[in-house]
Design a protein around this ligand. Structure first.
Ligand code: PGA
Length: 251
């Protein structure tokens, strides 16, 4: 039995006033959620969100992290810093990091290893572009992104990890994968992990991400291998995010 996880990826959005209002609402509205609920604010607001979340079951996560623990890395944020703020999860290898900031599979693997070693839970993002899907390369691309990390880290390091399947063409576009498209890739991801270890594969949570909203969440999460969602735009709206958490908890 896998507990559903709904992670809000706020990306580079929000300010103090907005965030304090959003957290105030979510603390009440997601209180009885059967799904695990996570918010991933921009780094500068982590401390404020941690305070605001006090007394709530909502978890705190970061959107990225450095693979280095300290030193001359201007503008970077380290795992010890995230540990200081009681962050539990870190999103790694989001497609925006891969495409806009040139993060390679190998760098994502380094970050995964460092994150696991620091005791935080990695949310490893994988997903194909539209061009790759149209040329039937989806499983090849997702397989490469996933296996580079498994081969570098070792499958035993996936015990606390989460994988997020996010087709690049569905992120922020309003074009969601159909429940069948999502299920097919999620099942393939689980099968790939099972090639290394069946037990880890059975326990691994695989989230879907890409234009999840209050209207499509239930049918996406109803799939056997979809264990919740990584939500961008809709995570900034308390009502929508709450409905998505409810849909995940109801599965
Ligand atoms: P979206 O973003 O829900 O706005 O499509 C998802 C993500 O990038 O994690």
């Amino acid at each position: 039995m896998r507990t559903a996880l709904v992670a809000g990826n706020w990306k580079m959005n929000g300010d103090s006033a907005f965030i304090s209002e959003l957290i105030k609402e979510l603390k009440v509205s997601t209180k009885s959620s059967d799904a695990e609920v996570l918010v991933c604010p921009p780094f500068v607001y982590l401390s404020e969100v941690k305070q605001a979340l006090s007394g709530s079951a909502i978890k705190l996560g970061a959107q990225n992290v450095s693979q280095n623990n300290n030193g001359a890395f201007t503008g970077e944020i380290s795992l010890p810093m995230l540990n200081d703020l009681d962050c539990e999860y870190v999103i790694l290898g989001h497609s925006e990091r891969r495409s806009l900031y040139a993060e390679t599979d190998e760098l994502v693997a380094e970050k995964f290893i460092a994150t696991e070693k620091a005791g935080l839970k990695p949310i490893l993002c994988v997903g194909e572009t539209l061009e790759e899907r149209e040329s039937d390369q989806t499983l090849e691309v997702v397989g490469r992104q996933l296996k580079t990390v498994i081969n570098a880290a070792g499958i035993e390091k996936f015990v606390n990890a989460v994988v997020a399947y996010e087709p690049v063409w569905a992120i922020g576009t309003g074009k969601t994968a159909t429940p069948e498209q999502a299920q097919d890739v999620h099942a393939a991801i689980r099968a790939m992990v099972a090639e290394y270890d069946a037990d880890t594969a059975a326990k691994l949570r695989v989230l879907y991400g890409g234009s999840v909203n209050a209207g499509n969440a239930a049918e996406l999460f109803a799939n056997e291998d979809v264990d919740g969602g990584l939500v961008g735009g809709a995570s900034l709206k308390a009502n929508d995010f709450t409905a998505i958490c409810q849909a995940a908890g109801a599965q």
